[in-house]
Design a binder for this molecule. Structure first.
Ligand code: NAI
Length: 416
C-alpha cells in the first residue's frame, strides 16, 4: 500500500473505476500478462515511481505492477493531461497518485518531487522530466535507483544526451524504441487521438480543409494519414530529406513552413523540436487558422510570440483560445499548445496502449530481475520481447500467421 495521495475529488472514484474497467477490456495483452505472472509476485517489496499521463490505460499499467507486488507512486507527465476520475479511482485503490487536471507549473514540479521523494527502486517516465529531476536536484535519490524506463521519443533523446555525457546514474530501457511501441502507439495512437482532439476542441469539418503537418516521423505519418482519410488536403513539412521524400511518395504535398503558413486551415506540429511554428509563420496565416501541437513539449509552437503579437485573447470554447492580431486576423490555439490528443481528447485508444504498456510492464520486470547487472546506459527492448508482444496481440485479435517450414529455414540460411 502506497503512502499518501492528492487528487482533485475522491468522489469521482466510481466513475474512474468504470473507465479503468473499459480500458481493461481493450488491453487483453497486458491483462493476460497481469494474470499469468501475477502469482509469482515478482515485484514484491519493490517501490516504483511513475511519471505518466494519468489516463485509464495508465491505471491498467500501474494496477498490474501493484498486482505483481509493487508499491506504486504516480505523478502526471503533463499538467493538463490528468483524468481526475481515474486519479480518484487509483487513490481509492491504494496507488500513491499525486495528480489533478490543470496543475500550475509549481504543482507539477511538486508532484514529481513527491513521487521521487518516496525513494523509488524503479522509475517509469514519459518525457524524462522525472529522470532529469533524479539526475539534478534529487541526485542523492537517483544514485540509489536500480533502473528506469522511458515511454516517448523526446524522453529517449534527452536520456541519450545524458548517456553521451557519461552522466546516466542508472540503466534505462527505451520502451519507445520497441517496434511494438513506436510503430503503433506513435503512428496509429497519436494519429487517431489527434483527430479526436482537434474535433473535440473545434468541431470543424475536416473534409476539404488544408491540414499542415510538421514532421513526418512516426507521429506525423499517423496524423497525416488519418486527416487524409477524412478528406483533408494534407501538406507536410520536414527537415530530413529521406522523410520528406517518403512523404512526397506517400502522395502528400511537401513544402517549407514558410510556404505552408499561408495555405493551412489547421496546423499540427509533431517534431519534438522548438519553434517549428514561429512568429514569422503566424504573420502569414489566414484569418481563422487553427494551431495544435502533438509533440511532447509545448515548445513546438512559439506561444510566447503569439501572445506578444496579439492585441487580445479570449477562450472561445473549452480548450480553444482565440488570439486577435493587430490587423484583425484571428488565430486559434488548441490546449495552450500542449499535447492536443491528451488535453482536448483522452490520449491514445486502449488497444495501442495495450502494447506500449505491456512493453513497460515487461521492462520493469526485467530491471527488477536483473538488478545490478544492467549497464548504466540506454538499452533497447529485445527483439524477443517485441515478438512476444506482437504474437500475443495477434492472438487476442484472432489473427493467425504462418510459420517457416524446416525447408524454408534452411533455404534462408544458405548463401548459394
Ligand atoms: P520522430 O523522430 O520519428 O519524428 C520527428 C520528425 O520531425 C523527424 O522526421 C524530424 O526530421 C522532423 N523535424 C524535426 N525538426 C523539424 C522542423 N523544424 N520542421 C519539420 N520537421 C522537423 O519522432 P516521433 O516518434 O514522430 O515523435 C515526435 C514527437 O511526438 C516527440 O516529441 C514525441 O515524444 C511525441 N509523441 C507524442 C505522442 C502523443 O501522444 N501526442 C505520442 C508519441 C510521441
Amino acid at each position: 500500500m502506497a503512502q499518501g495521495f492528492k487528487v482533485r475529488d475522491l468522489s469521482l472514484a466510481g466513475e474512474g473505476r468504470m473507465q479503468i474497467e473499459w480500458a481493461e477490456r481493450h488491453m487483453p495483452v497486458l491483462m493476460r500478462l497481469r494474470s499469468s505472472i501475477g502469482g509469482e509476485k515478482p515485484l514484491s517489496g519493490v517501490r516504483v515511481a511513475a511519471c505518466l499521463h494519468v489516463t485509464k490505460e495508465t491505471a491498467v499499467l500501474v494496477e498490474t505492477l501493484r498486482e505483481w507486488g509493487a508499491e506504486v507512486y504516480l505523478a502526471p507527465s503533463n499538467p493538463l493531461s490528468t483524468q481526475d476520475e481515474v486519479a480518484a479511482a487509483l487513490a481509492e485503490a491504494g496507488i500513491g497518485v499525486f495528480a489533478w487536471r490543470g496543475m500550475t507549473p509549481e504543482e507539477y514540479k511538486w508532484a514529481l518531487s513527491t513521487v521521487a521523494g518516496r525513494e523509488p527502486d524503479i522509475v517509469i517516465d514519459d518525457g524524462a522530466d522525472l529522470h532529469v529531476l533524479l539526475h539534478e536536484e534529487m541526485r542523492s535519490v537517483g544514485e540509489k535507483v536500480w533502473g528506469g524506463t522511458e515511454e516517448t521519443t523526446t524522453g529517449v533523446i534527452r536520456l541519450r544526451a545524458l548517456e553521451r555525457e557519461g552522466r546516466l546514474l542508472y540503466p534505462v530501457i527505451a520502451v519507445n524504441d520497441a517496434l511494438t511501441k513506436f510503430m503503433f502507439d506513435n503512428r496509429y495512437g497519436t494519429g487517431q487521438s489527434t483527430v479526436d482532439g482537434v474535433l473535440r476542441a473545434t468541431n470543424i469539418l475536416i473534409a476539404g480543409k488544408t491540414v499542415v503537418v510538421a514532421g513526418y516521423g512516426w507521429v506525423g505519418r499517423g496524423i497525416a494519414a488519418r486527416f487524409r482519410g477524412m478528406g483533408a488536403k494534407v501538406v507536410v513539412t520536414e527537415v530530413d530529406p529521406v522523410r520528406a521524400l517518403e512523404a512526397a511518395m506517400d502522395g502528400f504535398t511537401v513544402t517549407t513552413m514558410d510556404e505552408a503558413a499561408s495555405l493551412g486551415d489547421v496546423f499540427i506540429t509533431a517534431t519534438g523540436n522548438i519553434n517549428v511554428i514561429d512568429a514569422r509563420h503566424m504573420e502569414k496565416m489566414k484569418d481563422g487558422a487553427i494551431l495544435a501541437n502533438a509533440g511532447h513539449f509545448n515548445v513546438e509552437i512559439n506561444v510566447a510570440a503569439l501572445e506578444e503579437m496579439s492585441v487580445s485573447k479570449r477562450r472561445v470554447r473549452r480548450y480553444l483560445d482565440e488570439y486577435r492580431l493587430p490587423d484583425g486576423r484571428r488565430l486559434y490555439l488548441i490546449g495552450e499548445g500542449r499535447l492536443v490528443n491528451l488535453v482536448a481528447a483522452e490520449g491514445h485508444p486502449s488497444e495501442v496502449m495495450d502494447m506500449s504498456f505491456s512493453n513497460q510492464a515487461l521492462a520493469v520486470l526485467k530491471i527488477a530481475r536483473e538488478r545490478g547487472r544492467l549497464e548504466k546506459r540506454v538499452h533497447r527492448v529485445e527483439r524477443s520481447q517485441d515478438e512476444m508482444v506482437a504474437r500475443l496481440k495477434l492472438e487476442t485479435m484472432g489473427v493467425r500467421i504462418d510459420s517457416l517450414t524446416e525447408e524454408q529455414k534452411l533455404y534462408l540460411q544458405k548463401w548459394k
